[in-house]
Ligand binder design. Structure first.
Ligand code: 5AD
Ligand code: SF4
Length: 444
C-alpha cells in the first residue's frame, strides 16, 4: 500500500449512483479503488466520512436529482463537515461551475479521473479539486478489487464514449469520444467473475457494436466468441447497440455462441424517418424495421427492447403516430420512454423546443399505455410455458417469493420450496402483469 494514501484507512465512504449501468459499474470500480486503500463502504450517508455522488446528465430530470440529493445532504455537511464529491457526467459537463453553484461540494471529478479519488481524499481539507480532463487510455483496476453489487450477474465495461452526436444527446460531451478496453483485460475480468461463480455477464458500452481491440483490431463478434468460451458463465448480454452499426455478422454470432442470450436492446428513439434524420440517427424507419425482420428471421425467440423519445423538436402528431405504429409492429418486450429534454451543448438544444410540455406529456402517456397493453398481451401468451430463470434474490414485494430474469430479461417472480438464489431454475409461468411474469419452480 502506498504511504501517501494510508490516511484512508478505516474511513467510511458512501456512494450514491444515478443513471445507467455504466454508472453503476463505475461506482463498483470507485468502491473497489477506495476499499483497496483501506476505506470501508457504508450504506448510510449518516455514518460516513465522505460521500461520492455519481451523476447522470442525460436528461434535465436526471440532473435535478443531484441537486435535490445535495439539498438533503446540506444539513449533514453543516453538522459533521463530511467530504462531498460529485463525479460522473454532470461533473464532466459543468466542472468548476458546480462548486460555484453549490460551494459545499469538495471535489468534482469526471469519468476519466476516478483513479485520482484516493489521493484527493487523503489530501482533503487543503483545497477544492476539479479534475475533468479527458484521456484516451483505459484506466485498469485489478478485477478482484471491484466491489460489485451482485454476486450473480456482473457488469464488464468494454468501451466508453460515443462518436455519434445524436442531436439530442449530451453523452459525447460527457464521456468523450469512443475508447476501447483491451480484449485481454476484458477476458481477465470475465474469467475472474467465472472463478467467483458468477452466472451472467453484461458487457457495457455506449455503442458496443463498434468495439475494436486496440491491440489486435479484433471486433465485437470476436470478443463475444472469446467471452463465450469462458467456462462457468452461462448467459452473456450486451448493451447498448446502435441500429446503424448492428450488422448481420453480429446476429450470426448471437446464434453460434450458445451463451449469448437471444435478447437485444436496440434504441429506436422515433418511428418517423424525418424525426430520425433531425435526431442525426443515420437510419430510417424502414431500415430499422428491416433489421428487426432479419433478427426475427434468424432468432424467432428473440426478446427486443428499445428507447423512445417523444416530443422531439418539430415532432408532429402524424410523426408521433408512426412511433406508436412501430411499437405495434415490433412488439417489444419492454421499452424505456422519455419526454424530450434539451441538453447543453447538443445540436438540438439550438432548435426551437417546439412541442409544448402538455403535448409531450400526453404523448408519453399514450405511448406507455399502448406498450402496457401490448406487454400484457404478450405476457399472457407465456402462461403455461416453462422457462429458465436466473434467480437474483428474494422478491422485494413479497419475501415469500423469489425473483429473477428469464433469457428475454423479463422479471419473473416465483414460488419455490428450495432456496434458488444464484441458481438457474425452470419455472412454470402461471400468471402475469404487464411488467412481470409469475410462476412456480418446477420440482427437481
Ligand atoms: N431527452 C430525452 N431523452 C434522452 N435520451 C438521451 N438524451 C435525451 C434527451 N435529451 C434517452 C435516449 C437514450 C436514453 C439513454 O436516454 O432514448 O437512448
Ligand atoms: Fe447518445 Fe446517440 Fe451516442 Fe447513444 S449513440 S450515447 S444516444 S449520441
Amino acid at each position: 500500500m502506498e504511504k501517501s494514501i494510508e490516511p484512508l484507512k478505516k474511513l467510511k465512504f458512501y456512494i450514491h449512483t444515478f443513471g445507467c449501468q455504466m454508472n453503476e459499474n463505475d461506482s463498483e470500480r470507485i468502491a473497489g479503488i477506495l476499499a483497496s486503500r483501506g476505506a470501508q463502504m457504508s450504506h448510510s450517508p449518516e455514518e460516513c466520512d465522505f460521500i461520492i455522488i455519481n451523476t447522470c446528465a442525460v436528461r434535465e430530470k436526471s440532473e435535478e436529482k443531484l441537486y435535490s440529493l445535495l439539498g438533503r445532504l446540506a444539513p449533514l455537511k453543516r453538522r459533521r463537515n463530511i467530504t462531498i464529491g460529485v463525479v460522473g457526467c454532470v461533473a464532466q459537463l459543468y466542472c468548476s461551475q458546480l462548486i460555484e453553484k453549490k460551494p459545499f461540494i469538495d471535489f468534482v471529478i469526471g469519468p476519466d479521473n476516478y483513479w485520482q479519488i484516493p489521493k484527493i481524499l487523503s489530501d482533503q481539507g487543503k483545497e477544492k479539486i476539479v479534475s475533468t480532463s479527458q484521456s484516451h487510455t483505459w484506466p485498469e483496476i485489478p478485477p478482484h478489487q471491484i466491489c460489485r453489487e451482485s454476486s450473480i450477474s456482473g457488469y464488464v465495461t468494454i468501451m466508453e464514449g460515443c462518436n455519434n452526436f445524436c442531436s439530442y444527446c449530451v453523452v459525447p460531451f460527457t464521456r468523450g469520444r469512443e475508447k476501447f478496453r483491451p480484449m485481454d483485460s476484458i477476458l481477465k475480468e470475465v474469467k475472474d467473475l467465472a472463478c467467483k461463480r458468477y452466472k451472467e455477464i453484461q458487457l457495457l458500452g455506449q455503442n458496443v457494436n463498434t468495439y475494436q481491440d486496440p491491440q489486435t483490431g479484433k471486433g465485437f463478434s470476436a470478443l463475444l466468441k472469446e467471452v463465450n468460451r469462458v467456462d462457468g458463465i452461462e448467459w452473456i448480454r450486451f448493451i447498448t447497440s446502435h441500429p446503424k452499426n448492428f450488422k448481420p455478422d453480429l446476429a450470426m454470432t448471437m446464434i453460434e455462441a450458445e451463451k449469448i442470450c437471444h435478447q437485444l436492446h436496440l434504441p429506436l428513439q422515433s418511428g418517423s424517418s424525418p424525426v430520425l434524420e433531425r435526431m442525426n440517427r443515420d437510419y430510417t424507419r424502414e431500415e430499422y424495421l428491416e433489421k428487426i425482420a432479419i433478427l426475427r428471421d434468424l432468432m424467432p425467440d428473440i426478446s427486443l427492447s428499445t428507447d423512445i423519445i417523444v416530443g422531439f423538436p418539430g415532432e408532429t402528431e402524424k410523426e408521433f403516430q408512426e412511433t406508436l405504429n412501430v411499437l405495434e409492429n415490433v412488439r417489444f418486450t419492454n421499452i424505456f420512454s422519455f419526454r424530450y429534454s434539451p441538453r447543453p451543448l447538443t445540436a438540438a438544444s439550438f432548435y426551437k423546443d417546439s412541442v409544448p410540455f402538455e403535448v409531450k406529456r400526453k404523448r408519453l402517456i399514450e405511448l406507455q399505455a399502448l406498450q402496457k397493453k401490448l406487454q400484457l398481451e404478450m405476457n399472457k401468451s407465456f402462461i403455461g410455458r416453462v422457462m429458465k430463470v436466473l434467480c437474483l434474490g428474494k422478491s422485494k414485494k413479497d419475501p415469500e417469493m423469489y425473483s429473477g430474469r428469464n433469457e428475454g430479461l423479463q422479471v419473473v417472480n416465483f414460488e419455490s420450496k428450495k432456496d434458488r438464489v444464484g441458481k438457474f431454475t425452470d419455472v412454470l409461468i402461471t400468471g402475469c402483469g404487464p411488467y412481470s411474469l409469475k410462476g412456480k419452480a418446477m420440482n427437481k
